[in-house]
Design a protein around this ligand. Structure first.
Ligand SMILES: Cc1ncc(COP(=O)(O)O)c(C=O)c1O
Length: 407
C-alpha cells in the first residue's frame, strides 16, 4: 500500500480537538456540553461584513490578486495607522486566515533544521506550522505562578544556537492571556538585534486587552524594521472565524517577496472574505468598545468562579479570551476526558482544553487546562457548577498525589 509522507505522519495532532469524539458521544447520550475548550466567540460577526456579503452581486466569483485586493490592503493599512502603527498597503499581504499567514511566514524564513524560540505554553498550531516548514520549536517555559510573564531574556539567549533564525511571540498570548509589556518587548528586541534574528509576532488578539495600557505592536519596536513579521487575523477581531481572512505585515521586502511566491502558488485569498474584510475594516468604529466590556465581564466572572474552587490556581489574564488554570488533579487530559465520558450535572458537562498540548517540554502543563470565555455568564455559571462538583467527585476516584495546591 502506498504510504503517507514522514512529514505528514509526524505532523502533531491538534490538542484542542483531541477530545472531540468524546464530546460528540456525550451529546448523543443527550448531555449538553458547554464548550470552553475552543476560541469560537459567540459574538455576532461585524454587521458591516455581513451586509457586504449579503449585498454582493457579481456574475462571476473570480480569483483576486495574490497579494490581496488593493482596496482591502488600503483599508488594513488605515486600520494600523489609526492604531499608530505606520505601515503602507505595500507592507501588507492578505491571507486565508492568520493560519496561512503563520504558515507562509515560516515557510519563507526557515530551512530544514532551522530553529525558532518561543515561550511555552504556546498556541499549539505554532508547532504544526514550524513542522510544515521543517523548523524546530525550542521552548522557554513560563510559569503559572508569575502569571506567565515573559521569562528573562537570558533564558532565551541560552537557547540561541547556530541554527536559530527567529523568536516567536503571541501578544496577547493564546493560551495564557498574558500581555507583554513594552519593557519585555524591548528586551526581546535587543536580543533579536544582537543575534540578527527575525521576530515573528502573532497579534491576532490585539483588540482584546482589559488593562489600561494599549497592546504595543512589535511593528512599533525601533530599529527592527527588517526583523519584525506580524501575523494578523480578522477571525477574532470582527468575529469572522469562518470567512478565513488574515494578513502578514512586514517592512522587509525580501520577506514580503518570498511570502508572495507562496501566495501566488495558492492563487488568491478567498474573495468573499476580502469583501467582508473591506467593509469591516472600513466601518470598524466603536465596535470593540462593547465587545471589550463583554469579555472583561466574562473574564472577571470566570476568574472569580475558578478562584472560589478549592485547589484551583488561576492568574488573572490581561488579554485575549483565555484563562489557564491549574486544577487539583494529576492529569488534566484524563480529567477532561472523564468529564465527557462519565460526568454530568443536571444534564450538563463542560469541555476544556488540557494544557499539556500547549507545552513542548514533556510533562509540563499536565495539571493545567485552558478555558476560553467565549460564552455568556449563564453558560460559564453552569460550566463552573459542573467543574466544582466534578472536582469533588474526581478527587475521590483519583489516586492521591503529593502535590501541594495551596498557592
Ligand atoms: C494565536 C492564534 N493565532 C492564529 C490563529 C488562527 O487564526 P485564523 O482563524 O485567522 O486562521 C488563532 C486561532 O485561534 C490563534 O489563537
Amino acid at each position: 500500500m502506498p504510504k503517507v509522507s514522514h512529514r505528514g505522519s509526524t505532523m502533531p495532532d491538534s490538542p484542542i480537538r483531541k477530545l472531540d469524539k468524546y464530546a460528540s458521544e456525550a451529546k448523543e447520550r443527550g448531555i449538553k456540553v458547554i464548550h470552553l475548550n475552543i476560541g469560537q466567540p459567540d459574538i455576532a460577526s461585524h454587521p458591516a461584513a455581513l451586509k457586504a456579503i449579503a449585498e454582493y452581486t457579481s456574475e462571476i466569483l473570480a480569483y483576486t490578486p495574490s497579494p490581496g485586493i488593493m482596496d482591502l490592503r488600503i483599508q488594513m493599512a488605515k486600520y494600523y495607522n489609526r492604531m499608530d502603527i505606520r505601515v503602507a498597503p505595500e507592507n501588507i499581504l492578505v491571507m486565508a486566515g492568520g493560519s496561512e499567514a503563520l504558515c507562509f511566514t515560516m515557510m519563507s524564513i526557515f530551512d530544514e533544521g532551522d530553529e525558532l524560540i518561543a515561550p511555552e505554553p504556546l498556541y499549539a498550531n505554532f508547532l504544526a506550522f514550524a513542522h510544515m516548514a521543517g523548523a524546530t520549536l525550542v521552548p522557554v517555559s513560563s510559569d503559572i505562578h508569575s502569571g506567565f510573564e515573559l521569562p528573562h531574556v537570558s533564558r532565551f539567549e541560552e537557547k540561541i544556537g547556530p541554527r536559530t533564525k527567529a523568536i516567536l511571540l503571541c501578544n496577547p498570548s493564546n493560551p495564557t492571556g498574558y500581555v507583554y509589556s513594552q519593557a519585555e518587548l524591548h528586551d526581546i528586541a535587543q536580543l533579536v538585534l544582537k543575534h540578527d534574528l527575525f521576530l515573528i509576532v502573532d497579534e491576532v488578539y490585539r483588540e482584546f486587552f482589559y488593562g489600561e495600557v494599549n497592546i504595543m505592536s512589535a511593528l512599533n519596536l525601533e530599529s527592527l524594521e527588517q526583523h519584525v513579521i506580524v501575523c494578523d487575523s480578522a477571525s477574532k477581531r470582527f468575529s469572522l472565524c469562518g470567512v478565513r481572512l488574515g494578513n502578514v505585515v512586514c517592512r522587509n521586502k525580501a520577506v514580503l517577496d518570498t511570502i508572495n511566491k507562496y501566495s501566488q502558488a495558492r492563487l488568491s485569498a478567498p474573495l468573499m472574505a476580502q469583501v467582508a474584510g473591506i467593509a469591516a475594516y472600513k466601518a470598524e468604529g466603536s465596535y470593540f468598545e462593547e465587545i471589550r466590556k463583554t469579555y472583561r465581564k466574562r473574564r472577571d466572572y470566570l476568574h472569580s468562579r475558578l478562584c472560589g474552587i478549592p485547589g484551583v490556581v488561576a492568574p488573572l489574564p490581561e488579554g485575549a479570551f483565555y484563562i489557564m488554570a491549574r486544577l487539583p488533579v494529576a492529569d488534566t487530559e484524563a480529567f477532561c476526558k472523564w468529564l465527557l465520558t462519565d460526568f454530568s450535572l443536571n444534564g450538563y458537562t463542560l469541555m476544556m482544553a488540557p494544557a499539556s498540548g500547549f507545552y513542548i517540554t514533556p510533562g509540563q502543563g499536565r495539571e493545567e487546562v485552558r478555558l476560553a470565555y467565549v460564552l455568556d455568564e449563564s453558560a460559564i455559571d453552569i460550566a463552573m457548577n459542573c467543574l466544582e462538583k466534578a472536582l469533588e467527585t474526581y478527587r475521590l476516584l483519583e489516586p492521591v498525589t503529593d502535590t501541594v495546591y495551596l498557592i
